[in-house]
Design a protein around this ligand. Structure first.
Ligand SMILES: Nc1ncnc2c1ncn2[C@@H]1O[C@H](COP(=O)(O)OP(=O)(O)OP(=O)(O)O)[C@@H](O)[C@H]1O
Ligand SMILES: [Mg+2]
Length: 352
């Protein structure tokens, strides 16, 4: 169970409670009990996908496949055939029989991501499959047994969706035998700093940079910001700041895009309590901040243009505006390609 503490990093009561629930669930599975259906709820970027993979990897089904289905990514007309499979001739284009994702996940785990967006027609059939533990392919006469652990995830309030009749109540109860709420980052206190340190170390290793640290003002800003994109946003912010750093330490100015759209006034942490003044507006994703804050960096330092361009990746013209460059020619306009250790430079367009 060390993997739980290692991967679900954090000391806040909210994340400790999640770890504890997961620990009990996984121990019950070890004792030979059947995996109950698990519903992961939480805002975008809180780690639902990560927890689903962790449960599969640490649970008794780890020897089987993990099949990840992003429900809204499959067109409604294809979803039923994709999930449950079909027989030859079941519809015009069905030239061969094909097993569905349920059959593919046999003896493993099926992860139904964004389950709240499952169309009503498929909700009914999914319920039947879960109740019968058997799938009948489109066009088939007989069902075939499937043994699949179900993990589903949503960033919607599924109970509210049930109340407004967008989601079937019977299916909700089937899927939510155990419900885990992943807390938003803004409710996790100093976990923000623990996670930021981890992302910083990872970014330094990936970009082959010397170890960096976060200065006090940066720490205060990270603590005060509201993180609408949660852990995903934090990882991106830290990666960008790493690329902007000139060595040794990440300073407040490297988080300028965050401040442009986040907390308007942030105090340094109180030396006595460590508290910061959390004040601020909710921000959109960090890339948006670059876009909407032209002139944030009025005095670019040598090297910033290139680094900002790298970190914006495909967003070069936006990066130019944000940095208010005096000479756009200073920006490397070649596509960003991170240089891999040992990789040879290809001619012309390796920006790393
Ligand atoms: N506890 C954690 N420690 C380190 N990284 C994490 C943690 N939780 C999430 N992440 C990272 O944050 C990012 C977002 O996580 P994930 O994709 O699991 O979120 P999600 O809740 O599924 O988001 P969405 O609702 O948008 O699909 C991923 O890159 C993931 O690796
Ligand atoms: Mg996800």
């Amino acid at each position: 169970m060390e993997a739980l503490a290692e991967e679900l990093l954090g000391e806040s009561p909210a994340i400790r409670a999640v770890r504890e629930q997961l620990r009990k669930l996984l121990e019950a599975q070890r004792a030979g009990r059947r995996l109950p259906a698990l519903l992961l709820q939480g805002e975008t970027g809180t780690g639902k996908g990560m927890v689903a993979r962790l449960v599969h990897r640490l649970g008794p089904r780890r020897g089987g496949p993990l099949v990840d289905v992003n429900c809204p990514a499959i067109p409604e007309t294809l979803l039923e055939a994709e999930l449950f499979g079909y027989e030859r001739g079941a519809f015009t284009d069905a030239r061969h029989a094909k097993p569905g994702l349920f059959q593919t996940a046999h003896r493993g785990t099926l992860f139904l991501d964004e389950i709240g967006l499952l169309p009503p027609s498929v909700q009914a059939k999914l319920l039947t499959v879960l109740e019968d533990r058997a799938v009948r392919r489109l066009g088939a006469t007989k069902p075939e047994a499937v043994d699949v652990g179900i993990i589903s995830a949503t960033n919607m309030d599924l109970r509210e969706a049930v109340r407004t009749q967008q989601f079937r109540e019977d299916l909700y109860h089937r899927l939510a035998v155990i419900t885990l709420e992943l807390p938003p980052l803004r409710d996790r206190g100093r976990d923000v700093l623990l996670l930021a340190e981890r992302f910083l170390a990872r970014a330094c290793a990936e970009y082959a940079l010397a170890p960096l640290r976060l200065d006090e003002v940066v720490q205060a800003r990270l603590l005060a910001y509201r993180w609408p994109g949660n852990i995903r946003e934090l990882a991106n912010v830290i990666e960008r700041a790493t690329l902007l750093s000139d060595g040794g330490v990440i300073t407040g100015v490297m988080l300028e895009p965050l401040a442009a759209d986040g907390p308007s006034v942030v105090s340094a942490p109180s030396p006595r309590t460590g508290a910061v003044k959390p004040e601020g507006r909710c921000a959109s994703r960090s890339r948006e901040c670059w876009r909407r804050a032209p002139g944030t960096f009025r005095t670019p330092r040598p090297g910033w243009a290139l680094r900002a361009t790298r970190c914006m990746r495909g967003w070069r013209s936006t990066a130019c505006t944000a940095i208010a460059l005096s000479s756009a020619a200073a920006v490397d306009r070649r596509p960003f390609r991170p240089r891999l250790p040992g990789a040879r430079r290809s001619s012309g367009n390796t920006a790393g």
